[in-house]
Design a protein around this ligand. Structure first.
Ligand SMILES: Cc1ncc(COP(=O)(O)O)c(C=O)c1O
Length: 400
């Protein structure tokens, strides 16, 4: 069976993790701090804070922003559950809107959903394709007058925050620039299936306006990721440094140096190796399927955007859900693992029971019913790529 997205674990990763294991320091420490510095250089973000997951990074940033009960946060209906869950954890309301046919949040739908309670817009760079940032910024700036801040951070910002769920988009580009500094905060995921992994992990790229001190925001996030302690474990080991305060009942979601050791290797070879391989795989699929009348191929690049090639989101023209599922079964029977990204949130019990209805998001419904994600991973061979193409083609043709 050709797997869907196994991580690339080679000797280099094993050696670096072994070094970290034997260094005498395995939790948050010098490797995590170095990884943050390297991510700052890579993304051009003002400051980067690493933690144990994208979801916790997004949630902590929203806590810094002071989002809470009575507030609304606009998210796409077509995303992974984490984007909505973090809003619910804060006691705020996720306001779901539909997406465009390229799978990214529809700016027109975003603007129509803004109310005086809106505190943040959370686009998702789905599959690695950047959302429409110029349109989203224009919306944020056009809607300053009805913004009504309820926290010090919101007052300092003076407008709705743009906070990206960038779980898929490390290395994607917009207008020739790497993603990481196109929103107030952009939060990557380094989960095991992601392009750049630390097994589990996340990074919050901070790009708040110059009037807000990103170093202070970094310290706020860092402290809250360590139970609210004023010092991390490494600082406490320094001579005479044992005493600390707890400034607020915090959370525990720090990145360890073992995770950062993996991330440092992954980042070092990301552009020159990982991304090139992912591009080769995606382009092989694109070349093969763009010649088929039944295929609707994903946007990999357009005039301003280039994907990170995280997912290859193939759609089959004119099929419904039962046919899509039958095609998937045939693909599995042919020895290829595929996936669906995503079953939209209004179809999931947790959100359906809160009143979200699939019929309110017709583009999301149409996308998901016809979508099949194909395998992309570093170690996939040319032979396996050709097998994916032929198995998918026969499976589709046999069901049309
Ligand atoms: C779009 C999206 N958002 C958020 C997440 C959550 O990432 P993490 O597991 O790092 O919290 C994922 C993970 O799959 C995702 O795909």
């Amino acid at each position: 069976m050709i797997p869907f997205s196994p991580p690339r674990i080679d000797q280099k990763i094993i050696d670096e993790v072994t070094l970290a294991l034997t260094s005498g320091w395995i939790t948050t420490g010098p490797k995590t701090k170095l990884f943050e510095r390297k991510l700052e250089a890579y993304t051009n973000a003002r400051r980067v804070f690493c933690c144990n997951a994208n979801a916790n990074g997004l949630e902590l940033f929203m806590r810094w922003l002071g989002v809470g009960p009575g507030d609304e946060v606009i998210i796409p209906a077509y995303t992974y559950c984490a984007t909505a869950n973090i809003v619910i954890h804060l006691g705020a309301t996720p306001v779901m809107v539909d997406v465009r046919e390229d799978f990214t949040i529809d700016p027109e739908k975003v603007e129509a959903a803004i109310t005086a309670k809106t505190k943040a817009i959370v686009p998702v760079d789905l599959g690695g394709l950047p959302a429409d940032y110029p349109a989203l910024w224009a919306i944020v700036n056009r809607n300053k007058t009805q913004f009504s801040p309820t926290s010090e951070a919101q007052k300092a910002l003076g407008r709705i925050a743009l906070v990206t769920d960038a779980a898929h988009s490390v290395g994607a580009m917009i207008n020739g620039e790497k993603l990481g500094n196109q929103a107030d905060a952009m939060v990557f995921s380094f989960h095991a299936v992601k392009n750049l992994t630390t097994a589990e992990g996340g990074a919050v790229c901070l790009n708040l306006p110059k009037t807000i001190d990103c170093d202070e925001v970094y310290t706020w996030l860092n402290t809250r990721s360590l139970h609210g302690q004023s010092k991390d474990a490494l600082a406490k080991t320094q001579a005479g440094g044992w005493e600390y305060d707890v400034v607020e009942a915090g959370w525990k979601c720090n990145m360890t140096d073992l995770q950062a050791a993996i991330g440092l290797v992954e980042l070092e070879r990301y552009d020159a190796d990982t991304m090139i391989k992912r591009q080769v795989v995606a382009e092989a699929y694109q070349n093969a399927f763009s010649q088929q009348k039944w295929a609707l191929c994903p946007v990999l690049t357009d005039k301003v955007r280039t994907t990170s090639y995280h997912l290859y989101l193939l759609r089959i023209r004119g099929i419904d859900r039962p046919k899509r599922d039958a095609i998937i079964q045939s693909i599995f029977d042919g020895g290829v693992s595929v996936n669906v990204h995503y079953k939209p949130l209004p179809l999931m019990t947790a959100y359906k029971s809160r009143g979200y209805k699939m019929d309110d998001y017709p583009v999301s419904k149409m996308l998901w019913e016809s979508e099949i994600s194909l395998p992309i991973f570093y170690d996939i061979t040319e032979e396996q790529i050709q097998k994916v193409i032929s198995v998918v083609t026969s499976a589709v043709v046999s069901h049309l």
